[in-house]
Write a protein that binds this ligand. Structure first.
Ligand code: FEO
Length: 163
């Protein structure tokens, strides 16, 4: 059985994952409007992945007999400077999500809620992968550059990252 504190924190994480999904969907729309087809596809695919993160938490809360709640989700930013700005913001956002997951892990340990602590390990691993994914994209952007053909190559590379 979850404590009210854990229910509240897990529900906050559901909200953050849904917000993440909307952020990436808005980024996908911006990329699409700039003809960045590969990045648009990749970000839309990632938006779907974020929803699956939210649903996994939602199911866990419900399975314990608690009430999963969907709160208000803020509108994401919809304008960006360039492709580097987009992926810089994805990386920054993932660092924020990691921090939130680590706070949840801390709370589970403090509460001696070992079932939730165990459940959250999946998210700890996932955040490591997500930080690496977006850091690698930023490195690629720096190496290839975004002038002329560089931008075309970067966009194609990003599109090819879809699993
Ligand atoms: Fe669900 Fe990208 O964190």
């Amino acid at each position: 059985m979850l404590s009210q504190k854990m229910i509240d924190k897990l529900n906050e994480q559901v909200n953050l994952e849904m917000y993440s999904s909307n952020i990436y969907l808005a980024m996908s729309a911006w990329c699409s409007s700039k003809g960045l087809v590969g990045s648009a596809k990749f970000l839309k695919d990632h938006s779907t992945e974020e929803l699956s993160h939210a649903y996994k938490l939602f199911d866990y809360i419900n399975e314990t007999g608690a009430l999963a709640q969907v709160g208000q989700i803020d509108a994401p930013k919809s304008d960006f400077v360039d492709i580097k700005d987009v992926f810089h913001k994805t990386y920054e956002h993932e660092l924020k999500v990691s921090k939130s997951i680590f706070e949840l892990v801390d709370a589970a340990l403090n509460e001696k809620d070992y079932a939730t602590f165990n459940f959250l390990q999946w998210y700890v691993t996932e955040q490591h992968e997500e930080e690496k994914l977006f850091k690698d994209i930023l490195d690629k952007i720096d190496i290839i550059g975004t002038d002329g053909r560089g931008l075309f190559m970067i966009d194609r590379e990003i599109g090819n990252l879809i699993k």
